[in-house]
Design a protein around this ligand. Sequence first.
Ligand SMILES: [Zn+2]
Length: 429
Amino acid sequence: MTSVGGNSVQDSHLEAWVPRGLLTIPANVLEGRATAEGLCPMRIDWQAGRLRRVELIAIDASSPPQHVLLPRLVEPHAHLDKAFTWADFPNLSGSYSGALAANLLEHQQRTLLGVRQRAERALQLALQHGLRAVRSHVDSVGPHCDLSWEALLDLQRQWQDRLTLQLVALVPVEHWSTSAGKKLAQKVAASGGLMGGVLVPPCNGPAPRHALRKMLLLADQLGCAIDLHIDEANSHYATGVQQLLRVLDGIKVSVPITCSHASTLGLLPPAELCRIAERMADHQINVVALPMTNGWLLAKQPRRTPVERPIAPIHQLQVAGISVAVGGDNVQDPWFPAGNFDPLSLMAFSLPLAHLAPWQRLGLAPFTTAAAHLMDLAWDGTLQPGSPADLILVKASSWAELLAAKPDRRVLINGTWLDEQTMATTTST
Ligand SMILES: [Zn+2]
Protein backbone atom coordinates (compact mmCIF):
# COMPACT_ATOMS: atom_id res chain seq x y z
CA MET A 1 0.00 0.00 0.00
CA THR A 2 1.37 3.43 -0.88
CA SER A 3 0.39 6.64 0.82
CA VAL A 4 -0.17 10.27 -0.09
CA GLY A 5 0.14 12.92 2.60
CA GLY A 6 -0.57 10.43 5.35
CA ASN A 7 -3.65 9.03 3.61
CA SER A 8 -3.53 5.50 2.36
CA VAL A 9 -4.66 5.21 -1.25
CA GLN A 10 -7.33 2.77 -0.07
CA ASP A 11 -8.85 5.36 2.26
CA SER A 12 -12.04 7.16 1.33
CA HIS A 13 -11.21 10.27 3.26
CA LEU A 14 -8.48 12.87 3.40
CA GLU A 15 -7.49 16.07 5.11
CA ALA A 16 -6.54 19.05 2.99
CA TRP A 17 -6.78 22.81 2.51
CA VAL A 18 -9.90 23.85 0.58
CA PRO A 19 -10.43 27.36 -0.88
CA ARG A 20 -13.16 29.15 1.07
CA GLY A 21 -15.00 30.08 -2.16
CA LEU A 22 -15.66 26.38 -2.89
CA LEU A 23 -17.35 25.65 0.43
CA THR A 24 -21.02 26.16 1.24
CA ILE A 25 -20.36 26.38 4.99
CA PRO A 26 -21.64 29.73 6.42
CA ALA A 27 -19.06 32.52 6.56
CA ASN A 28 -19.47 32.96 10.34
CA VAL A 29 -18.45 29.31 10.88
CA LEU A 30 -15.35 29.75 8.73
CA GLU A 31 -14.48 33.06 10.40
CA GLY A 32 -10.94 32.92 11.81
CA ARG A 33 -10.38 29.35 10.56
CA ALA A 34 -8.99 30.13 7.08
CA THR A 35 -5.42 31.13 6.27
CA ALA A 36 -4.74 34.64 4.98
CA GLU A 37 -5.09 33.13 1.48
CA GLY A 38 -8.59 31.84 2.29
CA LEU A 39 -7.61 28.17 2.58
CA CYS A 40 -9.65 26.21 5.13
CA PRO A 41 -8.41 23.01 6.84
CA MET A 42 -11.00 20.35 6.00
CA ARG A 43 -11.68 16.64 6.31
CA ILE A 44 -13.50 15.18 3.32
CA ASP A 45 -15.15 11.73 3.37
CA TRP A 46 -16.60 10.04 0.33
CA GLN A 47 -18.52 6.86 -0.41
CA ALA A 48 -19.98 5.38 -3.59
CA GLY A 49 -18.65 8.23 -5.71
CA ARG A 50 -20.19 11.05 -3.63
CA LEU A 51 -18.89 13.29 -0.85
CA ARG A 52 -20.41 12.19 2.44
CA ARG A 53 -18.94 14.71 4.90
CA VAL A 54 -17.11 18.02 4.44
CA GLU A 55 -15.98 19.24 7.86
CA LEU A 56 -13.67 21.85 9.30
CA ILE A 57 -10.85 20.36 11.36
CA ALA A 58 -8.57 21.77 14.00
CA ILE A 59 -5.02 22.21 12.75
CA ASP A 60 -2.35 20.21 14.45
CA ALA A 61 0.61 22.63 14.32
CA SER A 62 3.05 19.70 14.08
CA SER A 63 1.32 18.13 11.05
CA PRO A 64 -0.85 20.62 9.12
CA PRO A 65 -2.44 19.38 5.85
CA GLN A 66 0.11 19.04 3.08
CA HIS A 67 -2.32 19.23 0.17
CA VAL A 68 -4.79 21.65 -1.42
CA LEU A 69 -8.05 20.14 -2.65
CA LEU A 70 -9.96 21.42 -5.67
CA PRO A 71 -12.87 20.03 -7.65
CA ARG A 72 -11.97 18.55 -11.02
CA LEU A 73 -11.99 21.65 -13.23
CA VAL A 74 -13.52 22.55 -16.57
CA GLU A 75 -12.12 23.94 -19.82
CA PRO A 76 -14.81 26.17 -21.36
CA HIS A 77 -13.06 26.91 -24.66
CA ALA A 78 -10.72 24.62 -26.62
CA HIS A 79 -10.08 23.55 -30.23
CA LEU A 80 -9.40 19.80 -30.12
CA ASP A 81 -9.61 19.38 -33.92
CA LYS A 82 -6.53 21.50 -34.50
CA ALA A 83 -4.58 20.92 -31.27
CA PHE A 84 -0.92 19.90 -31.75
CA THR A 85 -0.74 21.00 -35.41
CA TRP A 86 1.92 23.67 -34.75
CA ALA A 87 4.82 21.39 -35.73
CA ASP A 88 3.41 20.81 -39.22
CA PHE A 89 1.69 24.19 -39.63
CA PRO A 90 3.66 26.75 -37.61
CA ASN A 91 2.82 30.44 -37.56
CA LEU A 92 6.20 31.91 -36.85
CA SER A 93 5.06 35.53 -37.31
CA GLY A 94 2.62 34.99 -34.44
CA SER A 95 0.04 37.17 -36.23
CA TYR A 96 -3.74 36.63 -36.41
CA SER A 97 -3.65 36.55 -40.24
CA GLY A 98 -0.70 34.12 -40.19
CA ALA A 99 -2.63 31.84 -37.83
CA LEU A 100 -5.72 31.89 -40.04
CA ALA A 101 -3.70 31.10 -43.19
CA ALA A 102 -1.89 28.17 -41.52
CA ASN A 103 -5.17 26.90 -40.04
CA LEU A 104 -6.85 26.92 -43.48
CA LEU A 105 -3.91 25.07 -45.01
CA GLU A 106 -4.03 22.46 -42.24
CA HIS A 107 -7.78 22.06 -42.76
CA GLN A 108 -7.19 21.19 -46.44
CA GLN A 109 -5.02 18.26 -45.37
CA ARG A 110 -6.96 17.07 -42.34
CA THR A 111 -7.67 13.34 -41.94
CA LEU A 112 -10.03 11.41 -39.68
CA LEU A 113 -7.17 9.52 -38.08
CA GLY A 114 -5.15 12.70 -37.56
CA VAL A 115 -8.01 14.50 -35.78
CA ARG A 116 -8.76 11.43 -33.71
CA GLN A 117 -5.17 10.92 -32.57
CA ARG A 118 -4.60 14.56 -31.72
CA ALA A 119 -7.93 14.95 -29.90
CA GLU A 120 -7.31 11.75 -27.95
CA ARG A 121 -3.90 13.06 -26.87
CA ALA A 122 -5.61 16.27 -25.77
CA LEU A 123 -8.27 14.39 -23.76
CA GLN A 124 -5.67 12.22 -22.09
CA LEU A 125 -3.74 15.30 -20.97
CA ALA A 126 -6.96 16.99 -19.87
CA LEU A 127 -7.90 13.97 -17.76
CA GLN A 128 -4.48 13.64 -16.13
CA HIS A 129 -4.36 17.36 -15.37
CA GLY A 130 -7.73 17.21 -13.61
CA LEU A 131 -10.33 18.40 -16.14
CA ARG A 132 -13.82 16.91 -16.00
CA ALA A 133 -15.39 18.78 -18.92
CA VAL A 134 -14.12 20.39 -22.12
CA ARG A 135 -16.02 22.57 -24.58
CA SER A 136 -14.36 22.38 -27.98
CA HIS A 137 -15.11 24.44 -31.04
CA VAL A 138 -14.87 22.48 -34.31
CA ASP A 139 -14.01 23.97 -37.73
CA SER A 140 -17.28 23.27 -39.53
CA VAL A 141 -16.98 24.66 -43.06
CA GLY A 142 -14.65 23.44 -45.77
CA PRO A 143 -13.80 20.08 -47.25
CA HIS A 144 -13.00 18.09 -44.11
CA CYS A 145 -15.46 19.31 -41.50
CA ASP A 146 -17.51 16.10 -41.57
CA LEU A 147 -14.55 13.95 -40.57
CA SER A 148 -13.70 16.27 -37.65
CA TRP A 149 -17.24 15.87 -36.29
CA GLU A 150 -17.17 12.13 -36.87
CA ALA A 151 -13.90 11.73 -34.95
CA LEU A 152 -14.95 14.01 -32.08
CA LEU A 153 -18.47 12.59 -31.67
CA ASP A 154 -16.95 9.14 -31.50
CA LEU A 155 -14.51 10.29 -28.78
CA GLN A 156 -17.35 12.07 -26.97
CA ARG A 157 -19.14 8.72 -26.65
CA GLN A 158 -16.01 6.78 -25.70
CA TRP A 159 -14.99 9.25 -23.02
CA GLN A 160 -18.40 10.04 -21.54
CA ASP A 161 -17.76 8.18 -18.26
CA ARG A 162 -14.50 10.03 -17.68
CA LEU A 163 -15.04 13.47 -19.14
CA THR A 164 -17.86 15.57 -20.64
CA LEU A 165 -17.05 16.82 -24.13
CA GLN A 166 -19.21 19.59 -25.59
CA LEU A 167 -18.86 20.43 -29.28
CA VAL A 168 -19.53 23.78 -30.94
CA ALA A 169 -19.83 24.19 -34.72
CA LEU A 170 -17.46 27.01 -35.68
CA VAL A 171 -18.45 28.81 -38.91
CA PRO A 172 -18.75 32.40 -40.13
CA VAL A 173 -22.00 33.72 -38.62
CA GLU A 174 -23.57 34.23 -42.06
CA HIS A 175 -23.13 30.53 -42.86
CA TRP A 176 -26.18 29.75 -40.67
CA SER A 177 -28.35 31.65 -43.20
CA THR A 178 -27.43 29.26 -46.05
CA SER A 179 -29.05 25.92 -46.82
CA ALA A 180 -25.77 24.14 -45.92
CA GLY A 181 -25.79 26.01 -42.62
CA LYS A 182 -29.36 24.98 -41.84
CA LYS A 183 -28.47 21.35 -42.58
CA LEU A 184 -25.42 21.66 -40.28
CA ALA A 185 -27.61 23.15 -37.54
CA GLN A 186 -29.94 20.13 -37.70
CA LYS A 187 -26.97 17.81 -37.36
CA VAL A 188 -25.51 19.80 -34.48
CA ALA A 189 -28.86 19.87 -32.67
CA ALA A 190 -29.32 16.13 -33.13
CA SER A 191 -25.94 15.48 -31.50
CA GLY A 192 -26.56 17.84 -28.56
CA GLY A 193 -23.97 20.35 -29.79
CA LEU A 194 -23.84 24.14 -29.81
CA MET A 195 -23.93 26.65 -32.64
CA GLY A 196 -20.85 28.86 -32.86
CA GLY A 197 -19.77 31.65 -35.14
CA VAL A 198 -17.03 34.12 -35.88
CA LEU A 199 -17.80 37.82 -35.76
CA VAL A 200 -14.75 40.01 -36.27
CA PRO A 201 -14.32 43.65 -37.34
CA PRO A 202 -15.43 45.69 -39.03
CA CYS A 203 -18.89 44.04 -38.73
CA ASN A 204 -20.63 47.39 -39.24
CA GLY A 205 -23.95 47.96 -40.99
CA PRO A 206 -27.07 45.84 -41.19
CA ALA A 207 -25.58 42.66 -42.78
CA PRO A 208 -24.01 41.22 -39.57
CA ARG A 209 -27.23 41.95 -37.69
CA HIS A 210 -29.32 40.09 -40.29
CA ALA A 211 -26.94 37.11 -40.08
CA LEU A 212 -26.94 37.14 -36.29
CA ARG A 213 -30.73 37.43 -36.14
CA LYS A 214 -31.17 34.43 -38.42
CA MET A 215 -28.61 32.44 -36.41
CA LEU A 216 -30.23 33.25 -33.07
CA LEU A 217 -33.73 32.38 -34.29
CA LEU A 218 -32.50 29.10 -35.79
CA ALA A 219 -30.65 28.20 -32.57
CA ASP A 220 -33.69 29.04 -30.49
CA GLN A 221 -35.94 26.96 -32.71
CA LEU A 222 -33.58 23.97 -32.43
CA GLY A 223 -32.79 24.48 -28.73
CA CYS A 224 -29.05 24.87 -29.39
CA ALA A 225 -26.95 26.99 -27.04
CA ILE A 226 -24.71 29.57 -28.73
CA ASP A 227 -21.01 30.30 -28.28
CA LEU A 228 -19.52 33.04 -30.47
CA HIS A 229 -15.96 34.07 -31.29
CA ILE A 230 -16.60 37.78 -31.03
CA ASP A 231 -14.47 40.95 -30.99
CA GLU A 232 -11.20 39.01 -31.04
CA ALA A 233 -9.39 41.99 -32.52
CA ASN A 234 -7.45 45.15 -31.92
CA SER A 235 -9.77 47.67 -33.60
CA HIS A 236 -13.49 48.56 -33.92
CA TYR A 237 -13.95 48.21 -30.20
CA ALA A 238 -16.91 46.01 -29.18
CA THR A 239 -18.69 46.37 -32.53
CA GLY A 240 -19.59 42.66 -32.56
CA VAL A 241 -21.08 42.70 -29.07
CA GLN A 242 -23.00 45.89 -29.87
CA GLN A 243 -24.50 44.29 -32.99
CA LEU A 244 -25.48 41.26 -30.91
CA LEU A 245 -27.12 43.47 -28.28
CA ARG A 246 -29.12 45.37 -30.93
CA VAL A 247 -30.43 42.06 -32.31
CA LEU A 248 -31.28 40.75 -28.84
CA ASP A 249 -33.18 43.96 -28.06
CA GLY A 250 -35.55 43.07 -30.89
CA ILE A 251 -36.16 39.33 -30.45
CA LYS A 252 -36.69 36.92 -27.60
CA VAL A 253 -34.15 34.09 -27.37
CA SER A 254 -34.26 31.54 -24.59
CA VAL A 255 -31.10 29.50 -25.32
CA PRO A 256 -27.90 30.40 -23.39
CA ILE A 257 -25.52 32.76 -25.20
CA THR A 258 -21.79 32.92 -24.61
CA CYS A 259 -19.41 35.51 -26.03
CA SER A 260 -15.91 34.04 -26.26
CA HIS A 261 -12.95 36.47 -26.45
CA ALA A 262 -14.81 39.83 -26.16
CA SER A 263 -11.27 41.23 -26.25
CA THR A 264 -11.84 44.76 -27.51
CA LEU A 265 -14.30 45.44 -24.71
CA GLY A 266 -11.20 45.90 -22.62
CA LEU A 267 -10.17 48.89 -24.75
CA LEU A 268 -13.42 50.83 -24.28
CA PRO A 269 -13.59 53.97 -22.13
CA PRO A 270 -14.85 52.98 -18.64
CA ALA A 271 -18.30 54.60 -18.86
CA GLU A 272 -19.02 53.01 -22.26
CA LEU A 273 -17.84 49.60 -21.03
CA CYS A 274 -20.10 49.94 -18.01
CA ARG A 275 -23.15 50.67 -20.22
CA ILE A 276 -22.43 47.73 -22.55
CA ALA A 277 -21.71 45.33 -19.67
CA GLU A 278 -25.03 46.20 -18.04
CA ARG A 279 -26.88 45.49 -21.29
CA MET A 280 -25.02 42.19 -21.64
CA ALA A 281 -26.04 41.27 -18.10
CA ASP A 282 -29.67 42.19 -18.89
CA HIS A 283 -29.57 39.67 -21.74
CA GLN A 284 -27.84 37.07 -19.50
CA ILE A 285 -24.87 36.81 -21.86
CA ASN A 286 -21.91 34.81 -20.49
CA VAL A 287 -18.29 35.57 -21.38
CA VAL A 288 -15.26 33.31 -21.83
CA ALA A 289 -12.05 35.30 -21.51
CA LEU A 290 -9.05 33.82 -23.32
CA PRO A 291 -6.04 35.74 -22.03
CA MET A 292 -3.35 33.37 -23.34
CA THR A 293 -4.17 33.52 -27.06
CA ASN A 294 -5.29 37.15 -26.92
CA GLY A 295 -2.05 38.05 -25.18
CA TRP A 296 -0.07 36.26 -27.88
CA LEU A 297 -1.92 37.17 -31.09
CA LEU A 298 -3.46 40.59 -30.67
CA ALA A 299 -1.88 44.04 -30.90
CA LYS A 300 1.19 42.48 -32.49
CA GLN A 301 3.59 44.83 -34.28
CA PRO A 302 7.16 44.16 -35.41
CA ARG A 303 9.78 45.05 -32.83
CA ARG A 304 7.25 46.57 -30.44
CA THR A 305 6.13 45.12 -27.13
CA PRO A 306 2.47 46.05 -26.71
CA VAL A 307 1.60 47.74 -23.46
CA GLU A 308 -2.13 48.11 -24.06
CA ARG A 309 -3.71 44.67 -24.34
CA PRO A 310 -7.03 43.72 -25.96
CA ILE A 311 -8.35 41.31 -23.35
CA ALA A 312 -11.83 40.76 -21.90
CA PRO A 313 -12.22 43.13 -18.93
CA ILE A 314 -13.04 40.30 -16.52
CA HIS A 315 -13.41 42.29 -13.32
CA GLN A 316 -15.62 44.98 -14.87
CA LEU A 317 -17.87 42.33 -16.45
CA GLN A 318 -18.16 40.49 -13.13
CA VAL A 319 -19.13 43.72 -11.39
CA ALA A 320 -21.98 44.09 -13.90
CA GLY A 321 -23.23 40.63 -12.89
CA ILE A 322 -21.93 38.68 -15.89
CA SER A 323 -20.72 35.10 -15.48
CA VAL A 324 -17.12 35.09 -16.74
CA ALA A 325 -15.01 31.97 -17.25
CA VAL A 326 -11.38 31.71 -18.35
CA GLY A 327 -10.38 29.24 -21.06
CA GLY A 328 -7.10 28.07 -22.53
CA ASP A 329 -8.24 28.25 -26.21
CA ASN A 330 -5.61 26.92 -28.61
CA VAL A 331 -2.94 24.40 -27.70
CA GLN A 332 0.18 24.00 -29.83
CA ASP A 333 -1.52 25.00 -33.08
CA PRO A 334 -1.03 27.97 -35.46
CA TRP A 335 -3.00 30.24 -33.11
CA PHE A 336 -0.86 29.54 -30.03
CA PRO A 337 2.37 27.54 -29.81
CA ALA A 338 2.15 26.67 -26.09
CA GLY A 339 -0.47 25.27 -23.70
CA ASN A 340 -1.12 21.72 -22.52
CA PHE A 341 -4.72 21.41 -21.27
CA ASP A 342 -3.58 22.07 -17.71
CA PRO A 343 -6.07 24.17 -15.72
CA LEU A 344 -3.54 24.86 -12.94
CA SER A 345 -1.04 26.18 -15.46
CA LEU A 346 -3.79 28.37 -16.97
CA MET A 347 -4.57 29.66 -13.48
CA ALA A 348 -0.91 30.54 -12.94
CA PHE A 349 -0.60 32.41 -16.25
CA SER A 350 -3.81 34.30 -15.55
CA LEU A 351 -2.14 36.01 -12.60
CA PRO A 352 -0.03 38.37 -14.72
CA LEU A 353 -2.27 38.47 -17.82
CA ALA A 354 -5.68 39.01 -16.23
CA HIS A 355 -4.83 39.92 -12.63
CA LEU A 356 -6.97 37.04 -11.37
CA ALA A 357 -5.96 36.04 -7.84
CA PRO A 358 -7.40 32.63 -6.98
CA TRP A 359 -7.45 33.43 -3.26
CA GLN A 360 -10.25 35.90 -4.06
CA ARG A 361 -13.72 34.45 -4.72
CA LEU A 362 -14.06 36.24 -8.07
CA GLY A 363 -10.52 35.28 -9.01
CA LEU A 364 -11.26 31.57 -8.55
CA ALA A 365 -14.82 31.49 -9.95
CA PRO A 366 -13.75 31.84 -13.64
CA PHE A 367 -11.94 28.48 -13.32
CA THR A 368 -14.52 26.72 -11.15
CA THR A 369 -18.14 27.69 -10.46
CA ALA A 370 -18.61 30.28 -13.23
CA ALA A 371 -17.07 27.95 -15.83
CA ALA A 372 -19.34 25.09 -14.72
CA HIS A 373 -22.38 27.38 -14.84
CA LEU A 374 -21.48 28.60 -18.31
CA MET A 375 -21.19 25.02 -19.56
CA ASP A 376 -24.52 24.19 -17.92
CA LEU A 377 -22.99 21.29 -15.97
CA ALA A 378 -25.03 19.53 -13.28
CA TRP A 379 -22.39 20.22 -10.60
CA ASP A 380 -21.08 23.75 -9.99
CA GLY A 381 -17.83 22.52 -8.41
CA THR A 382 -18.59 23.43 -4.77
CA LEU A 383 -17.58 20.82 -2.19
CA GLN A 384 -20.49 19.78 0.01
CA PRO A 385 -22.15 16.50 1.03
CA GLY A 386 -23.66 14.94 -2.09
CA SER A 387 -21.16 16.54 -4.52
CA PRO A 388 -19.40 14.09 -6.85
CA ALA A 389 -16.16 12.66 -5.43
CA ASP A 390 -14.35 14.25 -8.39
CA LEU A 391 -11.34 16.05 -7.04
CA ILE A 392 -7.79 17.24 -7.65
CA LEU A 393 -5.39 16.79 -4.73
CA VAL A 394 -2.34 18.99 -5.14
CA LYS A 395 0.83 18.63 -3.09
CA ALA A 396 0.90 22.19 -1.76
CA SER A 397 0.01 24.07 1.37
CA SER A 398 -0.36 27.54 -0.14
CA TRP A 399 -1.47 29.10 -3.42
CA ALA A 400 2.15 29.99 -4.22
CA GLU A 401 3.16 26.32 -4.01
CA LEU A 402 0.11 25.28 -6.02
CA LEU A 403 0.83 27.78 -8.78
CA ALA A 404 4.49 26.79 -9.05
CA ALA A 405 5.53 25.05 -12.24
CA LYS A 406 4.22 21.50 -12.71
CA PRO A 407 2.51 20.93 -9.35
CA ASP A 408 2.40 17.35 -8.13
CA ARG A 409 -1.24 16.22 -8.13
CA ARG A 410 -3.59 13.24 -7.99
CA VAL A 411 -7.04 13.11 -9.57
CA LEU A 412 -10.05 11.42 -7.93
CA ILE A 413 -12.85 10.39 -10.33
CA ASN A 414 -16.14 9.08 -9.01
CA GLY A 415 -14.43 8.12 -5.75
CA THR A 416 -11.46 6.29 -7.28
CA TRP A 417 -7.97 7.69 -7.82
CA LEU A 418 -7.11 7.96 -11.51
CA ASP A 419 -3.65 6.41 -11.04
CA GLU A 420 -5.26 3.37 -9.39
CA GLN A 421 -7.69 3.07 -12.30
CA THR A 422 -4.77 3.15 -14.70
CA MET A 423 -2.91 0.54 -12.62
CA ALA A 424 -6.01 -1.69 -12.58
CA THR A 425 -6.42 -1.40 -16.36
CA THR A 426 -2.75 -2.15 -16.93
CA THR A 427 -2.83 -5.21 -14.67
CA SER A 428 -6.01 -6.59 -16.19
CA THR A 429 -4.82 -6.34 -19.82
ZN1 LIG B 1 -11.32 29.80 -29.97
